[in-house]
Ligand binder design. Structure first.
Ligand code: PLP
Ligand code: COI
Length: 351
């Protein structure tokens, strides 16, 4: 394993062309990217280089067999210029968990963390300070090695690029509870952040969008009776005063926001239950007036309240509460992330 990072700086920054007051999500990119290649059985000297297209052989296995995984994280800057990450080692560990399942080599934590910190130092001006904005970080690893033989590649690339970003959802979120398609199956790759999991969601999600919904809530592939998660976030359901979320499994991503929210809720006298929750229970609670809130939780989505859901041919609206759990929990987690409050958990990492 080689250490040290070679830095090639961009000649002229693009930053002046960016409107930091109107940031979209994930479509404006910072000046530099971190790149590290795996060749001859070892990770090579990493580089930080100008953000630019990557040239690949058409026979690279990424194109044919989809060996590709990613992570999503955020960097924040407070009013005093302090820069922070949120539980970054958890992302590195999850990347390696995904890597193992997709037969991609493990990335040593020091290469990942040192590279990430160096990249953020080089592009520190790109971390937004506006309320609700942050620097979205996208690490990804994929097969560059070539050959049409359907077997794992012998060469890979880890790239980390960043995008100053605003909210993932613009406006109210409406979800459709899926009754036919499945995102993941037992023994499959649902727990991994594999690119293919997202590709597989696009078709059913497009059908839902065509009907006026923003996201699909996936149900278990076997019976379609139990709530799993949404396309880009874990799901919390509040029935009366209890916040319920499905247990993670082979099929569900072990979300870092999800587990942070569970901890914060528990420490703030919000009753939580991690258990299977059936669609029938949610529909019945909606009909009885016991369904108080639903929200998604994820790095990109932060906490996104759900305004209503569709199931079979019916639509259900969620009530508009005075002081919803979603709002309380969102403030608590973002205050920790942005250094506005104490961090009793040690989740914040200054860079
Ligand atoms: N579930 C899926 C399918 C996701 O893509 C994400 C986003 O990363 C999440 C859940 C939430 O995970 P995290 O909170 O770690 O971002
Ligand atoms: C994230 O929240 O970081 C994700 O990776 C979700 C993504 C599909 C935008």
């Amino acid at each position: 394993m080689k250490s040290n990072i070679e830095i090639q700086r961009i000649e002229k920054s693009k930053i002046d062309s960016v409107d930091f007051d109107n940031l979209p999500f994930g479509s404006v990119y910072s000046d530099h990217m971190f790149v590290c290649d795996f060749k001859n059985g070892e990770w090579q000297t990493p580089t930080i280089e100008p953000f630019a297209p990557i040239s690949l052989d058409p026979s690279s296995k990424i194109f044919h067999y989809g060996q590709s995984i990613f992570e999503g994280m955020k960097a924040y800057k407070d009013a005093n210029g302090n820069k922070m990450l949120f539980r970054p080692l958890d992302n590195c560990k999850r990347l390696n968990k995904s890597a193992e399942r997709l037969v991609i080599p493990q990335i040593p934590e020091d290469i990942f963390m040192d590279g990430l910190k160096k990249l953020l130092e080089v592009d520190s001006d790109w971390i937004p300070t506006n309320e609700g904005s942050s620097l979205y970080i996208r690490p990804f690893m994929f097969a560059t090695g070539n050959g049409f033989h359907a077997s794992p590649a012998d060469e890979y690339k880890l790239v980390i690029c960043t995008a100053p970003s605003g909210a993932y959802f613009a406006g109210k979120v409406k979800v459709l509870i899926e009754e036919k398609f499945a995102r993941a199956a037992n023994g499959g790759v649902g727990f991994a952040k594999a690119g293919g999991n997202y590709a597989a969601q696009f078709y059913p999600t497009q059908l839902a969008i065509d009907k006026g919904y923003n996201q699909v809530i996936w149900t278990d592939d076997n019976t379609h009776q139990f709530i799993e998660e949404a396309g880009a976030m874990n799901i919390f359901i509040r029935i009366n005063d209890t916040l319920i979320t499905s247990p993670t499994s082979d099929r569900i991503l072990d979300g870092i926001t999800r587990k942070s929210i569970l901890q914060i809720a528990e420490d703030n006298d919000i009753k939580t239950e991690v258990r299977k929750i059936s669609v029938g229970e949610v529909v019945e609670a909606a009909q009885n007036g016991n369904l108080k809130e639903m929200f998604g939780a994820g790095t990109a989505a932060v906490i996104s309240p759900i305004a209503g859901f569709g199931y079979k041919e019916s639509d259900f609206e969620l009530p508009e509460l005075e002081n919803p759990f979603a709002q309380i929990l969102k403030k608590k987690i973002t205050d920790i992330q942005t250094n506005k409050t104490e961090d009793p958990y040690g989740w914040r990492v200054f860079i």
